[in-house]
Design a protein around this ligand. Sequence first.
Ligand SMILES: [Zn+2]
Length: 446
Amino acid sequence: MKYLKVILLIAILFFFDCKANATRVKVRLFSNNNIEALYVSFDLGVYALFANDSLLLEPELGEGLSVELLPTALGVCVSVNNYNYGTFRQVTLQATDTACILCLNPRGVKQRTYEGNLIVSAFDSKNLRIINDVDFETYLAGVVQSEIYGKQSDIFRIQATISRTWALRNMGKHRADGFNFCDYVHCQAYQNRCVRPDIMLGTIQSAGETIVDTNGNLIDTPFHSNSGGQTANSEDVWRTALPYLRSVQDTFSLRMRQSDWTKVIPRDKWLNYFAKTHKLNTQDSEVRNTLLTFAQPERKAKILGVPLTRVRTDFNLKSTFFTVTTDSKSGDVLLLGHGYGHGVGLSQEGTIRMVSLGISYDSIIRHYYTGASIHRDENISQRYVDNFVTEITKIIDEDNANPGRVKSKKDDWLGKLFRVRDRMDREEEYDPTKQELESDDFKIEW
Ligand SMILES: [Zn+2]
C-alpha cells in the first residue's frame, strides 16, 4: 500500500512536470570517459531508487546518503551507504520533486552535478552507461553554460536559441543507442547543470524560440568561437551550400580573445606536405611562390586546388583563414591566422561583442544566419516565462547587492526557482507575498 502511494505521488509529480515542460530528453553523461565506478550523493531533494522497473528503496535517498554503482558482467551492482542490494540490469534514481540535484563522482573523473533522473546500466564489466533523464530546458541551460562565456543575458539567450534549434532538429541522433544526445561536442557539450542565474535567465527568456528559414523550417545552426572577421560559406567547409549559411563580413569578431593566431612551420615540412600529400610540383617556382606567399584578404576555400579545410586538419590549425609569409631570420614558414573554428554560421565572440554594443539579439542571429528569422512557439505560456524572469532577476539583483556573500547549499538559487516552478506547474495564482511565506516554511523544514 505504501509503495502504491509512493508510485502515485511520483506519477502525479511527473504529470505536473510534463504539463508545463512538454519535452524531456535523455542525455548520456561522461560519454567521453570509461566509467569504472560511480558514487552518487544528493545535493537537494529526495530520490527513489528503482532496480529494473521495481522500487527498491522508498523515496528516502537524500542528503547524507551515498550510492555506489559498479559495472559487472551481469549488470550494475548497487550499494547504499555500503549496504549491498545486489546486481540489476538497470538502476534508476528518480527525483520525487522538481527540486532535486544529484552529485556524481565517477572514479578518476571530475565531479559534476545534474538535475532530474539518472538511469544507469553496464556496457560490460568495466564501463557504466549513465543517462540523465531531464527537462529539456534544464538540459539547454546546462548546454549554454558549457558552450559560451560572457556576462550579458542576451549572449545566453542567443546560445540557447541556437542550441534549442539544433537539439530539436537532432532529437533522434542517438536513437539507436537508446538516448537523445551525448554530453560531448559530438552533440552539444553538457558538462554540468546550470549553476548561474544569468545563464538561466537568458535560457528562459528564449523559451520556445527557434531559428527558421524562409519556409519556416528549423535551420542547421553551426557556430564557432571566432570568424576572424569574415564567416565562411557552408559549401567551402562541408559539402552542401545552404542559403542561410553565407559568408558575411564580421568586424565584430576582431580584437577578441581568439581573433588572431600564428603558427611557425619549417619551410621544408610545408613544401613537402604539398609535394607528397597533394602531388604538387614544388620544384616549379610559380607553385613554390604561391605556397609561400598565399594570402587571403577575403576568405578562400582552396590553395592551389587543395581544400584549406584539409590543410587545417593536417597541420592542426585554429582556422582556414590565414596568410603565408616567411620568417626573415629563420626562413621558416609563418602562418598569420584569423579566428578559431570552422567559420560557418554564428561567431560566438562576434556575438559577445555585438551584445556589448547593444545590438538586439534577433539582429545578431539574422547577421550570422542569412535570411533566417526567430520563430516563437505560441504554446509557451508568456505568464510562465515572465514569472520566471521576475524571480531570476530578483535573485541576480540580490546577489549583486551582496557581493561575496557565502551561500549555503540550502540557500541555492535554483532551489528557490524550483519552488516557483513547482507552484506555477500547479497553476496557482502567482502571488509574491505567498512565495515569501512558502520560502520561510521551506527553511524550517530543512
Ligand atoms: Zn553525440
